[in-house]
Each structure stands twice: as C-alpha cells, then as structure tokens.
Design a protein around this ligand. Structure first.
Ligand code: SF4
Ligand code: SF4
Length: 441
C-alpha cells in the first residue's frame, strides 16, 4: 500500500539540518518581553502592575474572551514596564517586560494534577485553558476552544499533527523522539475530553527514527490499541488541517468549515506535549521548542525557549548570522512570517527562526502568466491560483472573492511552483485582507 497523502501539493527540499540535534535549553535572558496577544482570538489584559514581583508560571495576562488564552511569566523577577513592543505579526502589541532576578523561582500554583485516569473531561478542559495552551504549530488557536465542540459535532477521532511538513523545521521531530510518552499522554487526554474512540499520530516518512520510536512506544504500552500511527508521504502542505484529515481518515472538510464538521479535532505535537506537562507538572505554557536554522545561521539548534526571549538573543546564542544572511522568517519558509528586524520576542506560536541567504531568497517578477497550469495542479484546495492572481493584479478583488479567494489558506504552493515567479499567494493574501475588511464593515 502506498503512503497516505492528499491531492496536489509540492515537494520542496527537506533541509532538516537540525534533525539530529537534541533539544537544549536556550540561555534565559536578563529581561523578557511578553506580548499580551499570542493567540488567534482576543488579547489578554495585564494581571500585574509595574513594580510587581512575579514567579515562573504565574499568571500575568487575563484573557478578554472565551477565544483567548491566559499568559504566564516565563522568568521570575520584577515587572518593570507594560508598553507596546514589536510583535511577530506586524504591529506593536502591549507587552509585559520582566527583569529576570536569575532565581527561576517557580509559582506555588504549579503542582501536579491527578493522573489522567482520575481526571474528568471538564477538569482536563480546564487544565488546558488555565495552562494557556494554544496550537503550537503556528496557528495558536486556543486549545480549550478546540476541546469544546458543539453537541451537534461529536468528535470520533483526534489527530496529532506530527507531519512537520515545512522545510527546515524540526521542533516536532525532536519532541517525537525525546518526549514520546508525553505526545501519547497528551493525545489520550484530548481523546478523553472529546470522548473520541480513535487517536491518530500522523508522521511524514522523512522521519524514520520518530516513526520507529512512536511505533515501539505504542506497541509496548497496554491500552493504546485505539491509537494508530499513520505514515504520511512527505509532501507540503501535508500538515495543513484539511490535508491531514483527508490523508489520515479520508474525510473532506467543506470550504469554510472547521475539522469538527467532519467529527475530527487536530492538535499539534508540541501542544500534546504541553498538555501532558500541564497534567503531570501543573506547568503553564511559558516555554516552547524553537528550531533556529537555515544557511544564514552559524550554529543551527533546537532550543527550549522561554516566551518573551528576543529573537536577536537566540540568533546570538547560535553563533550569529553568516555574512550573506539576507532574510529572517519566523516559522518555516513556506508559511512563516518574514520579519524586518530580529528585535522581536519569541511567542507561543514561534516554531522556528529561519535565516536565508541571497541564494534562497526568491525574487518575484510581475511578468505575464505563461499559462502552464502548474499552480492549478498543486493547489490542495482545488482553486485556480493563476486566475485569482490575475484578478488581483487587475484590481478585480470582487471577482477574486467569487472565485474562492477566501478558501485559500495561503500555503504558498502555487507561488513555489510558478516558473514565471508570479507572487500569487502574496496577491491572494492582499485580496483576502481587503475582502475581510469589507465584510467586517
Ligand atoms: S491558492 Fe492558496 S491554497 Fe492554493 S496553492 Fe495557492 S496559496 Fe495554497
Ligand atoms: S504557475 Fe505561474 S505561469 Fe503557470 S499558470 Fe500558474 S500563474 Fe501562470
């Protein structure tokens, strides 16, 4: 039987140069800058004031709504400032500046919970919410919201997204190897909350060591018969929710709908580990694994990073940039966010710090489409990126909307494959922004 996958997509090089490097703790900075908005949904408001002393894991940001996640101190010390600061998403965001006292004093509230078997679904959901868990693949959707589907969408399957299909990134790969039991425990916790019969861990076939290790762990532990390891063909964007669901359980999520519409919930590998740690240690999400990588960094690494550490500090710890480094991206090269400056804090959604050199930076051109059809072949959403791009180029945003621009999830496969180097996803993203603004109005 062939490996499981979806229709469309591209096969960029893997460039997993950090795959064999174990996770090491990053240096904890003298000051962290923790933004009060780190999730899809509402931001938080400060739960502390300037001058307050805080401990590691203490609540410092209270959510302003249900679709939001609390924020916790990543060091112990003193709150010295609350003010807007650079943010990976673009505009400055209110942030809490904590001067590190170097003591790493843990907050007294960080205590282990009961074992999973003794926790109810409601208790588990509350643990996820209070720990500030969000999707760690980069989407940062609050985990407790995903764990609260409406009654009309009962969930039968939870899928752990361990595809890590973006080139260069290896944070999830290392967690599969180094925290195998926690990945499984997190999955079991999600299954229990959702009353799901089946769990799936989907791993791409370019991680044979992780496949072997997870497979062994599942075989050795009693009671895991309802958890299946699904080996996926290494293809981008295999880790996108809809593609992962199609490949693993063969269901199609309708346009505009969420995975729960087909009775499935996806969770990222890092989120599963964070859930396990929230149960076992009472640990909120104040640190995460970040892959610092690319031809533009001197010593690539997989680092366990405290939220609020500045990216420039991480780059410095990894030996600094090479002389020919030209572009900084937070996340992977396909869907990551290009940054104008490294003076920006790592947040819950920062999976990678990628430095590219002149050689890898694609130069776009506004030359006519040569009608080769390649972008249409690779679009996993079965859109017509050539047409969408042309509409936007001509300023026909309404036509782009009618042609399904809002169904594009900006995977960038079309741009990657286009021999004319047309900035297709950039155009579509622009149109989506305009359409969303108009709809809001
Ligand atoms: S149109 Fe959107 S979904 Fe389709 S390939 Fe391009 S970026 Fe991906
Ligand atoms: S890949 Fe580029 S050149 Fe080919 S059809 Fe699409 S937009 Fe046109």
């Amino acid at each position: 039987m062939g490996l499981r996958t979806f229709a469309g997509g591209v096969r960029p090089g893997h460039y997993k140069i950090t795959a064999d490097l174990p996770i090491t703790p990053a240096r904890v900075p003298e000051q962290v800058v923790i933004p009060l908005h780190q999730n899809i949904g509402a931001p938080c408001e400060p739960a502390v004031q300037v001058g307050d002393s805080v401990k590691v894991g203490q609540l410092i940001g209270t959510p302003k709504g249900f679709v939001s996640a609390p924020i916790h101190a990543s060091v112990s010390g003193k709150v010295v400032k609350i003010a807007p600061y650079n943010h990976p998403l673009g505009n400055p965001v209110e942030a809490i500046f904590i001067e590190n006292d170097g003591q790493d004093t843990p907050w007294e509230g960080m205590k282990p919970h009961k074992p999973l078997e003794e926790l109810s679904a409601d208790e588990l959901r509350k643990i996820a919410q209070e720990a500030g868990l969000v999707g760690l693949g980069g989407a940062t959707f609050p985990t407790h919201v995903k764990l609260s589907p409406p009654k009309e969408n009962p969930i039968d399957t939870v899928i752990i997204n361990a595809a890590e299909c973006e080139p260069f990134l290896t944070a999830d790969h290392r967690l599969l190897l180094e925290k195998t039991e926690d990945v499984i425990l997190g999955l079991r916790a999600f299954m229990k909350v959702l009353n799901a019969d089946k769990g799936i861990i989907g791993i791409e076939d370019n991680k044979p060591d992780a496949i072997e290790q997870v497979s062994k762990a599942l075989a050795e532990s009693a009671g895991e018969e309802n958890i299946e390891l699904c080996i996926l063909s290494a293809k981008y964007p295999q880790g996108a929710e809809k593609m992962l669901i199609k490949a693993t359980v063969g269901r199609e999520v309708p346009p505009g709908a969420l995975p729960m519409a087909v009775n499935v919930v996806n969770q990222n590998t890092g989120t599963a580990v964070a859930m396990a740690e929230a149960i076992k240690l009472g640990k909120p999400l104040y640190e995460r694994v970040v892959t610092v990588t690319g031809p533009g960094i001197k010593k690539p690494a997989n680092l366990l990073v405290r939220v609020g550490t500045l990216v420039k500090d991480l780059i410095e710890q990894c030996g600094g940039m090479t002389d020919d480094a030209r572009k900084l991206i937070l996340g992977g090269p396909m869907m990551g966010l290009a940054q104008p400056s490294a003076d920006v804090p790592a947040i819950k959604g920062t999976s990678g710090v990628l430095l590219l050199t002149e050689k890898e930076v694609k130069q776009y051109s506004i030359v006519p489409c040569i009608k080769c059809g390649r972008c249409v072949d690779v679009c996993p959403m079965r859109l017509l990126p050539n047409l969408l791009g042309s509409y936007v180029e001509m300023g026909l945003v309404e036509e782009a909307e009618k042609a399904g621009a809002m169904d594009c999830f900006e995977c960038g496969s079309c741009t990657y494959i286009c021999p004319a180097k047309r900035p297709l996803v950039q155009w579509i993203r622009m149109a989506k922004g305009e359409i969303a603004a108009r709809r809001k109005k």
